[in-house]
Design a protein. Structure first.
Length: 473
């Protein structure tokens, strides 16, 4: 089981100092924490429906959901006795099993009658009865914007932490993409939980943006900056939104932030590919984020799957492809074929390096036929010119090759020369800073997009004309 961070403000004295020293050492690794449907138990239509027989690399799993119903706390389970046996089998195999309480709409602990201390006592009894080893509070919708609900949940979780000081507690919340990240109300709630010693990380649901900026990495940078300003004090800039530029200087705040994706297709129709999941995992690992997880382990089946988004990813990936890609990127299992398709396809390859784009540790680019990974923050440092110990390290190309990198004759016929880059592809996902050419013009992405044709959106749309203005069709 991984250590708690919230204890830093709950414990005191020499014992606390010794504990926190060991916790800091153990916390260096990014945790892989996928969600698991409690109601999938025994149902073969779901992937990994038996908690006692999980795929390789799954060392933590979050059972969902524990709900408040008629004054009691219950777990959504078809056969509670069988689920208990599966949890015990998973733990016997070394898997840490936690539980998430809350969800998208109802059943929150804050809706129960009684004092926060009374509710906490019931919840702790539930945790101990089932043997769960860590706790997630899924707080969404109007609840996270309601001061009274926030006050009540903070009081409940403070009382829970007093009774279960060794159980990590995470707060799962919606997040905006791009330059917005976590809302001020979410950061405020996180700050109060942190001050109460009842918070180990904020895990951001990085999906369902419904057409808004979907740049998950930039959202992480912005959100970590806010945590560094409000929680850890690592950012001393006057305005919290400016802290994102110092992302690499906030190790403690980075360790308080986790990413949750929706593997495959989300409710808003956007798709996270296996390759994107792998790259986000590398980003989380290389930057020391608390965790990377997804909703949900039981959906990790694409090709040949039928049953809708609750059961399938609606992609052509093999069963277990997202789980394997995440575990491989974290080094939990050996690299191998995860069934995610040809790694050389456009959607699986990083963008061509751009001198004006800011890159942070873990970001990958293509340049002059090679693939590189950033070791730390950089802008304008050309890959291949920084030396063996420089900012860019060469990594396996995996079948990728950049279409344009200044190696051509300037005519644009090969995508090279004159700073021209790869031709825009409607099936490729682009992030802010990516540069493409289309119909003789070079464009730079302002934020995440897929399928938005350059030159067809408004002046302040996803694509802006950049130098060189003409680039060959």
């Amino acid at each position: 089981m991984f250590p708690t961070r919230g204890l830093r403000r709950f414990l005191a004295g020499a014992v606390a100092a010794a504990f926190l020293a060991s916790a800091a050492a153990a916390q260096s690794a990014t945790h892989f924490i996928p969600y698991h449907y409690s109601w999938a138990q025994g149902n073969a239509q779901y992937f990994a429906h038996d908690l006692g027989d999980l795929p390789p690399g799954v060392e933590n799993v979050l059972v969902s959901f524990a709900l408040a119903e008629r004054g009691e706390i219950v777990l959504q389970a078809n056969d509670p006795a069988a689920l208990r046996a599966e949890i015990a089998a998973a733990q016997a195999d070394g898997v840490s099993v936690g539980v998430s309480t809350g969800g998208a709409t109802a059943g929150y602990l804050t809706d129960m009658s009684g004092t926060p201390d009374e509710i906490a006592a019931k919840f702790v009894a539930f945790i101990e009865d089932w043997g769960f080893e860590f706790i997630d509070v899924d707080f969404e919708g109007s609840y996270v914007e309601n001061p009274a609900q926030v006050d009540r949940m903070v009081a409940i979780m403070r009382a829970v932490r007093e009774r279960l000081p060794g159980h990590p507690i995470t707060l799962t919340v919606p997040s905006y993409g791009g330059d917005q990240g976590l809302s001020e109300s979410v950061v405020g709630m996180a700050e109060r939980l942190y001050d109460a010693g009842a918070l180990d990380a904020v895990t951001a649901m990085s999906f369902d943006y419904y057409g808004l900026n979907r740049d998950v990495r930039q959202a992480a940078r912005v959100s970590v900056g806010k945590l560094a300003k409000r929680l850890t004090g690592e950012c001393t800039r006057t305005v919290a939104s400016e802290c994102a530029r110092d992302f690499d200087q906030f190790p403690e705040a980075r360790g308080l932030y986790g990413i949750i994706t929706m593997i495959g297709e989300a409710d808003d129709g956007d798709v996270t590919t296996v390759a994107e999941q792998r790259e986000l995992t590398r980003f989380a690992k290389n930057n020391g984020l608390y965790s990377i997880g997804f909703w949900a382990l039981n959906r990790d089946q694409g090709a040949g799957c039928s049953g809708g988004l609750a059961v399938c990813t609606n992609t052509d990936s093999a069963a277990g492809a997202y789980t394997a890609a995440t575990a491989e990127a974290l080094g939990l299992i050996d690299d191998g074929d995860d069934g995610g398709g040809d790694p050389g396809t456009p959607g699986d390859c990083p963008a061509t390096w751009d001198a004006d784009t800011v890159y942070t540790e873990g970001d990958e680019v293509l340049w002059q036929g090679s693939r590189y990974r950033a070791r730390w923050w950089t802008q304008g440092d050309e890959p291949g010119t920084t030396g063996e110990w420089g900012v860019w390290e060469s990594v396996a190309a995996d079948g990728c090759a950049d279409a344009g990198n200044g190696a051509g004759d300037g005519s644009g016929s090969d995508g090279g020369g004159g700073g021209c880059t790869a031709t825009w592809d409607p099936s490729t996902a682009y992030s802010g800073g990516d540069v493409v050419r289309w119909q003789g013009v070079a464009y730079r992405a302002q934020w995440w997009s897929r399928g938005t044709e350059p030159g067809t959106d408004a002046d302040n749309g996803a694509w802006q004309v950049t130098d060189p203005h003409t680039c060959g069709s």
